[in-house]
Design a protein around this ligand. Sequence first.
Ligand SMILES: [Zn+2]
Length: 204
Amino acid sequence: MFDFLKQLKRNRPMRIVVNGNPALREISTPILKIDDEVRSLAENLLRSLQESEVPGVGLAAPQIGVSRRMIAVKTTDDKGHCRPDALPGELILAPLMPVVLINPEIVAHSEETVCEEEGCLSLPGISGKVTRWATVTLRTQLLSGQEFTAECGGLLSRCLQHEIDHLDGKLFYDRISPEEQKLADPIMRKLARREAGLRAAKSS
Ligand SMILES: [Zn+2]
């Protein structure tokens, strides 16, 4: 957190960290109070998602090096449209996107699963098929303090599962087939070397 505050004071955008950064493998801590520090982190997370070179539909705080339970999501198109058979959670969140969710958790899920291609801003150059629950019931808090529990499907369901995995130190790489992992391994190693270099440069 210390590093984060220092960077905020300098008003510098946070770097999206890649494979090899320890924050990506930590269990993030819950947010107990929505104060100025949490609001600054939210602002920074949104900015990092929106300004990322590769468009992303979600970003979790550990991806900017902060192990707190916060994610940002934007699964609607630019006009704010969501899919025609949107579930209540999608209808609540769509008009707010890009939106920050505090302490998001999945409290129930469908039996049905869907297997689709995923990528991650912290694993550039890697993709693979991941099986996820088709619908999930999300319990979360908004930055306004409002809490709700609602069912979400479609891309939002997948995105929530991917981002909440980040809060538990899991990467989509862990969920792809061994064959896909084998293909990804040289890139994973390259990213880890890049990340180690950046971290060393920063601390020197
Ligand atoms: Zn990710």
